[in-house]
Design a protein around this ligand. Sequence first.
Ligand code: TTP
Ligand code: MG
Length: 347
Amino acid sequence: MLILHLDMDAFFAAIEERDNPYLKEKPIVVGADPKEGRGRGVVSTANYEARKYGIHSAMPISQAYRLCPKAYFLPVNIEKYQKVSQNIFAILQKYSFLIEKISIDEAYLGLEEKKLCKDFKKDDPYEAAKILAKKIKDEIFEKEKLTASCGIGQNKLLAKIASDHQKQNGLTVVKPNDVDEFLRNKPVLSLPGIGPKTEKVLLKFNVKTVGDLKKLSLKRLKSLFGKRGEDFYYFARGIDNRPIETTHQTKSIGKQITFQDDVDKPKVIIETAYSLLKEVLAEAEKEKFSFSTLEVIVRYFDFETKTAQMKVDGSSFNDLKNHLLKLLLKFLGKKKIRLVGVRVVKG
Ligand code: TTP
Ligand code: MG
């Protein structure tokens, strides 16, 4: 089995650029209203023109505004993007029965090697997969006027890193003999499960790239990171046994709000959290989503972020309100609060 990973380029921003000809080749930021630098939400995404100014997803919108005030700031029109996403997944389904949806703009496709070779009259399944990826990209462009980047490899790890390798309309194939060379200079951050915290720990051992990571023994990695360390050991060698999971299950439903001004009145925060809980439960009901954990998220004015959870199997709405209050009270009366969020989680 070969894996193809597909990820749309600057997805939300590319759709807006497509639909508004005046935006062509201009810096575009999709996200919260910047309110001339006083806006309080975050950037959902920016197109590559805007990324030249250092703007990226999840950055405070006020910072994005400071970096490029002349950028075009657009609100998130999620219904529109979901519709486009459905069209793209409908295209993907024509090319593989084995699809794992990762997000609104990203998927893994499982490709049977024998079938690939037969369909495209090639001896090398990687060459055949490359032709298939090209066809998918062409069809997406023809029907949706949007570009995607694709990566092909012997597992999810390689396919995903490959799709990121030449972003914007890229197509990268990593054959088994090229794996070491391909991974050697990639930053450790490109491996799944390695975020900024793990990156920092690794830096203490002078490990910056996947090549550096390979020098740490299995024993060492296990003692540093436990079970995750074992994964890192194999990932560094391009080994990854994670299967394609076709039935993608929702794991959580959450809502959050950034206050226009930092709030210290407990009443305002509690009432906001209650109304978020209501929205979350309505969505859980609509999606027939059963959950067992309730989580609250609080971000203080200085961006310190706290979360607290509790098991809430089978609780009524009033019980949940009480649980929420209990969780929330841990965080109130300390510092002014910038954001509050509520989430329900499966398992
Ligand atoms: P990504 O695929 O991570 O980003 P992208 O498609 O905008 O850019 P590229 O793949 O070329 O790097 O996310 C897909 C969409 O999901 C993105 O267009 C907007 C949304 N999104 C958010 O709303 N918030 C986020 O923090 C991220 C990362 C993405
Ligand atoms: Mg994308």
